[in-house]
Design a protein around this ligand. Structure first.
Ligand code: ZN
Length: 315
């Protein structure tokens, strides 16, 4: 299989947290409260970039919880907060106010943190960015994480769950990669394998993004059931954290799932990616007749699903 390596490289900066190909899958979730509806968008609001509108919202919408749109073009009604500290987790970088997600995401993270806490040397999980209070595009960072169904989990094994707010701003995760992501380094342990495996084995999870060398390492080390490896997708970056993407919850009619990963464990594909890192293919000659690439325009509210204006307006 030929990986479109160079094309992907061009997309890297924009898609740092997971490429996506939306498909239709519509499932459901129920929480009481008013349903989100579309409200008219004024000319002023519609011309403002969506990240300006969503990036300063301090609190979630008082609506029934529901994700709208796709992972990289959407918003989230009724997000709930991952408590800053729990028995088996701490949310990191609290100043970003991104410890918000759909109820299924928050439940999942707490469940996974309990499993992580059973691993030697891990008292739980350090959880990085989830979503903004109302989801949507962010002023800095991710292209995805817009509908409350994506979460970043630090690779750093938590040795303390009593870190202060200041510590959580200042400590850093640790990189697990060697040779530009082709291999794991000495920081990688069986515990990382087991935690990623637990996440991928959870039926709520659609995909996990992690650097190619880690996927290949897990492919080599897994001697039992390999079906979970299908959800573990090699991607750029993702060596300080891995990224968990949940599927649209059942009944969430406005939520657009990504096309499922191809059948199989994906290990040969990950090895191809590693080979491309180690021996990059020569750049393809540029087609002189090709149109100039159009610069990516910032999303406006009009680019997002209609319900997102209601999510913003709800007080
Ligand atoms: Zn991410």
């Amino acid at each position: 299989m030929i990986r479109p390596f160079l094309t992907f490289t061009l997309l890297t900066a924009l898609a740092a947290c997971g490429g996506e190909r939306p498909s239709q899958n519509l499932q459901s979730m129920a929480r009481s409260g008013p349903a989100a509806t579309a409200v008219p968008v004024s000319g002023v609001v519609s011309s403002k970039s969506a990240k300006q509108l969503f990036g300063y919202e301090p609190a979630p919408s008082p609506q029934r919880s529901e994700p709208f749109g796709s992972y990289s073009k959407g918003c989230a009604a009724g997000n709930v907060q991952l408590p800053e500290t729990g028995p088996t987790w701490q949310a990191m970088r609290l100043s970003r106010n991104r410890n918000w997600g759909q109820p299924t995401t928050i439940d999942f993270l707490q469940d996974l943190s309990r499993k992580a806490a059973q691993q030697p040397g891990w008292s739980g999980l350090y959880v990085g960015d989830i979503s903004q209070p109302r989801g949507g595009p962010m002023l800095t960072g991710h292209a995805s994480h817009q509908i409350g169904l994506d979460a970043d989990i630090w690779m750093l094994p938590p040795t303390s769950l009593t870190r202060s707010q200041a510590e959580r701003e200042n400590i850093s995760s640790i990189s697990m990669q060697r040779t530009r992501g082709a291999y794991v380094n000495d920081g990688w342990t069986r515990q990382h394998h087991e935690i990623v495996k637990a996440a991928a084995s959870d039926p709520r999870v659609a995909r996990i993004f992690i650097f190619p060398g880690a996927k290949v390492q897990m492919c080599q080390n897994e001697s039992g059931d390999r079906s979970w490896l299908r959800k573990v997708r090699p991607w750029y970056g993702h060596h300080y954290h891995f990224h968990v993407r949940l599927a649209c919850p059942a009944g969430a009619a406005g939520c657009i799932d990504q096309t499922p990963p191809p059948a199989g464990d994906g290990c040969a594909d990950a090895q191809d990616w590693v080979n491309n890192i180690l021996n990059p293919p020569p750049p393809r000659p540029r087609d002189p007749d090709a149109p100039a690439p159009t610069p990516k325009r910032e999303l406006t509210l009009n680019d997002l699903p209609g319900q997102c204006s209601g999510v913003l307006a709800s007080r």
